[in-house]
Design a protein around this ligand. Structure first.
Ligand code: F6P
Length: 381
């Protein structure tokens, strides 16, 4: 019998975090289970910092469905299996502090932990599951790159924000006869770029999965010019790279071993300058950045998040632990966290741009690729 569960939200925030929390809490309350939330993701689990979650009047989780962000915070790159600490000599050390988290869970009597997060979060979730903790994951990220699910919550909102930006860039680009370049997020996968390019009627979409040839992109723009279209709209995924080249790294942080410390960014500007040079047209670049993550979720994300939250709690009620709630063939389903991490089995190693990491990238047989090509969106190849 489940009595107490706790939720943690981890990784970069997305619209829909609160909707998932609400879905879990409401389903728990309907079954007489108490819900709690750790503050700031795995950091809260480590520090034993948590609050009671309730959807009763004036409860902490009341009225949160449309609210952006996360009412229990979130933490990027907190790998408690390889945690950065400063020792007494003032030196940086990396320690496995997961046993403290296990103790916290046991001492508080939490029967299950819900981990709302992306690939790195679910990798830690699986590692806790190996340590005997009852865990259920819910796939979050604007990047849509979590393995084993067809869609993550937060993604649709990010695509909608990017689409709106493209609509706006269209009108200013057309007015001033410019090439308008929009850099979007997505890390090592081009989902946001490709889907927003289709939704926003862009002329070019550059994604990490297809290294681009700038001359091919310029030809597309010049052909448009020949047809009297003196403006073009180009979407560039932050992880896009030229053929034979590398991704552009804006900075590297030091948040621990086994976490993705790479901050991508800057490719939009490079593409804009190159296109200006080759085509002779003026180009302007816009980086959409954190607009894609903040704010209220779309209707789609509210529904998806509620479905995910309810499904996750149902799994707990059925005693199905060590699972990730997923969408498979368009339907709610669940898979084992072992399957989600794939070959990335080493305890403490988190995901990122490594050969072991199991993130879901766009494959060339995907309908989005076929559709983009069919309607003449240049993919840089
Ligand atoms: O993974 C989500 C994401 O928003 C990526 O698209 C982006 O590269 C990254 O997070 C930015 O992370 P941070 O919040 O650490 O700047």
């Amino acid at each position: 019998m489940l009595k107490k569960i706790a939720i943690l939200a981890n990784g970069g925030d997305v619209a829909g975090f609160n909707a998932v929390i609400r879905g879990i809490v409401k389903t728990a309350e309907n079954s007489g289970v108490e819900a709690y939330g750790f503050i700031d993701g795995y950091n809260g689990l480590l520090k034993n910092n948590y609050i009671k979650l309730s959807t009763a009047e004036d409860g902490t989780a009341e009225g949160i469905l449309p609210k952006g962000g996360s009412i229990i915070g979130s933490s990027t790159n907190a790998n408690v299996f390889n945690y950065k600490v400063i020792n007494e000599e003032g030196e940086v050390e990396y320690k496995d502090l997961s046993d403290i988290c296990v103790e916290n869970i046991k001492n508080n009597g939490f029967d299950c932990i819900f981990t709302l997060g992306g690939d790195a979060t679910q990798k830690s979730a699986r590692d806790f599951s190996v340590k005997g903790i009852n865990v259920i994951g819910v796939p979050k990220t604007i990047d849509n790159d979590v393995a084993c699910t067809e869609i993550t919550f937060g993604y649709n909102t990010a695509v909608s924000v990017a689409m709106e930006a493209l609509d706006r860039l269209h009108t200013t680009g057309e007015t001033h006869h410019r090439i308008m370049v929009l850099e979007v997020m997505g890390r090592y996968a081009g989902w946001i770029a490709l889907e927003s390019a289709i939704a926003g009627g862009a002329d070019v979409a550059l994604i990490p999965e297809i290294p681009y040839d700038i001359e091919k992109v310029a030809s597309k723009i010049k052909n448009r010019q020949k047809r009297g279209k003196n403006f073009s709209v180009v979407v560039v995924s932050e992880g896009a790279k030229p053929k034979g080249g590398e991704m552009v790294i804006e900075g590297t942080r030091d948040n621990g071993i086994g976490v993705d410390n790479t901050k991508l960014g800057g490719i939009g500007k490079i593409v804009a300058r190159q296109l200006e040079k080759i085509t002779g047209l003026e180009a302007r670049e816009t980086t959409l950045g954190y607009m894609q993550r903040g704010g209220t979720p779309t209707a789609f994300d509210r529904v998806l998040s509620t479905k995910y939250g309810a499904k996750a709690m149902q799994l707990a009620l059925e005693g199905k632990f060590g699972r990730l709630a997923v969408i498979k063939n368009g339907k709610l389903d669940d898979v084992s966290l072992e399957e989600v991490v794939g070959n990335n089995k080493k305890i403490g190693a988190v995901s990122g741009n490594t050969k072991e990491s199991n993130i879901r990238k766009i494959t060339m047989d995907n309908d989005l690729v076929k559709t983009a090509r069919s309607v003449g969106i240049n993919l840089g190849d």
